[in-house]
Design a protein around this ligand. Structure first.
Ligand SMILES: [Zn+2]
Length: 146
């Protein structure tokens, strides 16, 4: 993770206390002298998370570390609170469960980290853009013409 220069404050959400030891990005954070708050899933409720996020000023960045479902859950709350994609940073433990949306047949496909996939539904070869649609909760897959 690269902490942007314009970040004034970092909120860290960890799924598990063990991640304090494991998360690589925390080492980097420790080097910076900026206001940092760490929250552990077991000691905070999801409605507290929402409230905390809503109280933040511009310049606050989030760092979320845990499994993909945990990251998705916090991300969702962050979007509702008005955070933008570039204010959110993650370190995923275990598999990512991203989706790619086929623009041809409008179906969802599971995506790991590959840039090109074949649609499960219509077999169209799709190029996965880095455009993430919050509305669809998926990356857009464009038709690949070779
Ligand atoms: Zn398709």
């Amino acid at each position: 993770m690269k902490i942007p220069e314009n970040a004034k404050k970092i909120l860290v959400f960890l799924e598990d206390i063990q991640l304090v030891e494991q998360a690589r990005a925390l080492d980097e954070l420790a080097m910076k002298t900026m206001e940092t708050h760490i929250f552990i899933k077991s000691s905070i409720s999801m409605s507290d998370v929402s409230n905390i996020l809503k109280q933040q000023l511009i310049g606050t960045h989030l760092f979320i570390c845990g499994t993909w479902p945990f990251i998705q859950e916090i991300k969702e709350k962050a979007y509702l609170a008005g955070f933008s994609e570039d204010e959110l940073h993650y370190e995923v433990m275990g598999p990512r469960k991203e989706k790619a949306f086929c623009v041809k047949c409008y179906s969802y496909n599971p995506r790991q980290q590959e840039d090109k996939i074949s649609c499960r539904n219509c077999q169209t070869s799709l190029l996965i853009s880095n455009h993430y649609s919050r509305r669809l909760d998926a990356y857009l897959g464009y038709i690949h013409v070779s």
